[in-house]
Design a protein around this ligand. Structure first.
Ligand code: CU
Length: 173
């Protein structure tokens, strides 16, 4: 009796898996490691950021006082800038922004009506703009050029007309 029981325990410790199943388990494990490395490289080496909810606001009053009452570009010095932007059906305020080459710009965007998106072409800035939330993301512009931004969430009849442009200029002289 006791011998039978010990044999059962030994058998349970061995994986009775098919050779192909074992290989696919190995492939799955390797993929998990590859994904973890990709996330680490994106986050720590390439500087990818996950847009977060910076603050909660009242969408009915956010444009009446505080920074969103006067949306636009703020020069913080040292080539650092902030943009406070209000998204509403169907426009961005401000719709045009100009910064010098090398500028690091932090965007604070909120909506006063429905859900919008804010995608700045050729950058990693891609925000979901939810009424009541302030979305925040920073990026550095290393070359001159025009960077159009568009609304990426369908927000009604005028959605396709909801866009703007950020221009990065060479410093004067
Ligand atoms: Cu839209």
């Amino acid at each position: 009796m006791s011998d039978d029981r010990s044999e059962t325990v030994v058998a349970d410790r061995t994986l009775h898996t098919d050779r192909y199943e074992r290989r696919w388990m190995l492939v799955s494990a390797v993929l998990l490691v590859v994904f973890a490395i990709a996330v680490a490289v994106a986050g720590f080496a390439l500087g990818f950021q996950v847009p977060g909810v910076e603050a909660r606001v009242d969408p009915n009053t956010v444009a009446e006082s505080g920074p969103f009452a006067n949306p636009g570009l703020r020069d913080l010095g040292n080539n650092e800038f902030e943009v406070y932007m209000v998204a509403k059906a169907w426009a961005f305020d401000p719709a045009s922004i100009t910064v010098p080459v090398g500028a690091t710009v932090t965007f604070y965007v909120t909506s006063v009506d429905v859900q919008h998106g804010f995608k700045l072409r050729d950058t990693n800035v891609n925000l979901q703009i939810v009424p009541g939330h302030v979305s925040k993301l920073s990026t550095t512009f290393d070359r001159a050029g025009e960077f159009p931004f568009i609304c990426t969430e369908f927000c009604g009849l005028g959605h396709s007309a909801m866009f703007g442009s950020l221009v990065v200029e060479e410093p004067e002289g």
